[in-house]
Design a protein around this ligand. Structure first.
Ligand SMILES: NC(=O)c1ccc[n+]([C@@H]2O[C@H](COP(=O)([O-])OP(=O)(O)OC[C@H]3O[C@@H](n4cnc5c(N)ncnc54)[C@H](O)[C@@H]3O)[C@@H](O)[C@H]2O)c1
Length: 381
């Protein structure tokens, strides 16, 4: 698959190891407004580069695209890509409105191309393993899921629109999209209703920074989702001090993101954000793989006859007679499951889980979290 990248930022950097290592993928082109990123990409991959996505989409030597531009461009770029006959892998959130997501899914269907939404933590190996245990029915039906994640999301360097609720900024579209994907994958049925509250507590970071949500599923299961992005309590403590990206974390580095942000001079935040993107200062290269699987915080699944607790290296299974840890081999290529699902969908080998309708349903939950919080009531989906 000759893959074109749209948006060579932080998200691309995190997926690059999987893209570069996958035998079915060739990095064949890239579009980004940043000349230095294009120069590094062209040099490293011998690929064609474009300042804008329309030129990339007109290139017959591109079969598929990975859209990793800021949220607000996903819908327009995915629809244009589908119309140009390119298969689409689009970053989470799929878009910032359910209507846009449906239009994207419809464009892909009309054009007969694959559309996958990812990476998200719904693809993580421990989630896949827990979903397989649930599917085996040995523990009975899922009845209750508890998911919580406390991070420093709000104090990492951000682009202005990442802190602007009107443009999909804040934690709901960026972070709930992951957590909703995880609990939907485990619950296995559609979300029936959502009751949620959103927290916005720091006037210096004027966007939503926390939420609590109760998701009711069609079969009577429920999931509570808690997210706090204010950089104080860190729930990686509950994950063996393994970070979201599967790397060891130093508990003594308490408050590091806040301190680093405070040390940035006025007007320097955009440059600090960019420093985590591809090709800045001519640097590129592929980071060494993480030793543990990625995760999205504490997840406990209560089934009729047992509980499952997801960890970065496997899944704890708690039954009536004992508990056991089902270990998973360490990741060889992080996020390989995402690229594998995309390639298989393009080849028509197996129907994808995370297609356009999946992504649209997750964004519908994000919208419902907003509405429920604003209207202080349960939202029926
Ligand atoms: N799945 C994950 O773990 C993960 C992690 C980080 C980001 N993301 C997602 O990736 C997307 C980008 O976020 P980011 O943190 O990488 O941002 P970023 O600012 O680091 O990168 C955005 C990149 O897109 C480029 N760009 C800007 N406008 C563009 C346009 N119109 N067309 C093409 N390229 C354009 C920028 O120059 C930059 O290189 C977001 O939707 C975000 O949710 C996902």
């Amino acid at each position: 698959m000759r893959l074109g990248i749209i948006g060579l930022g932080r998200g691309f950097m995190l997926t690059l190891p999987a893209l570069a290592a996958h035998p079915a993928v060739r990095l064949a082109g890239a579009a980004d407004p940043r000349a230095e990123a294009l120069e590094a990409f062209g040099r490293d991959y011998g690929a064609r580069t474009y300042g804008d996505h329309t030129a990339l989409l007109a290139d017959d030597a591109i079969d598929a695209v990975y859209i990793a531009s800021p949220h607000q461009f996903h819908a327009e770029q995915a629809i244009a890509a589908a119309r140009a006959g390119k298969h689409v892998l689009v970053e989470k959130p799929m878009a910032t409105s359910h209507a846009d997501c449906l239009a994207m899914a419809e464009s892909a269907e009309c054009a007969g191309v694959a559309l996958i939404v990812g990476p998200s933590h719904g693809f993580d190996a421990p989630v896949h393993h827990a979903a397989s245990i649930i599917a085996s029915r040995t523990l009975g039906r899922v009845r209750m899921i508890t998911a919580l994640n406390y991070t420093d999301f709000l104090y990492r360097p951000r682009r202005p629109e990442e802190l602007d609720g009107a443009k999909g900024g804040g934690v709901v579209y960026s972070q709930a999209a992951h957590q909703i994907d995880v609990v939907r994958r485990l619950a296995g049925t559609a979300v029936r209703s959502v009751r949620a509250t959103i927290g916005q507590w720091d006037p210096a970071r004027p966007c939503e920074g926390a939420y609590n949500a109760l998701l009711n599923f069609e079969d009577g299961a429920t999931a509570t989702l808690t997210y706090g992005g204010y950089g104080r309590y860190d729930s990686d403590e509950l994950m063996g001090w393994i970070s979201e990206l599967g790397r060891p974390k130093d508990p003594a580095a308490y408050g590091a993101a806040r301190r680093a942000l405070a040390a940035i001079a006025d007007g320097g935040e955009a440059a600090a954000k960019l420093a985590r993107a591809f090709g800045v200062g001519g640097a590129a290269g592929i980071p060494a793989p993480a030793p543990h699987h990625e995760h999205f915080g504490f997840v406990l699944v209560s089934c009729e006859r047992g509980d499952l607790r997801l960890m970065p290296d496997g899944v704890w299974v708690y039954s009536d007679t004992g508990r056991r840890f089902e270990a998973l081999p360490p990741p060889v290529i992080p996020r390989e499951a995402v690229i594998g699902e995309f390639v298989a969908a393009v080849r028509g080998e197996r129907p994808p889980i995370h297609d356009g309708h999946w992504g649209a349903a997750t964004v519908a939950c994000c919208e419902a979290i907003h509405r429920s919080s604003a209207e202080r009531r349960e939202i029926l989906m």
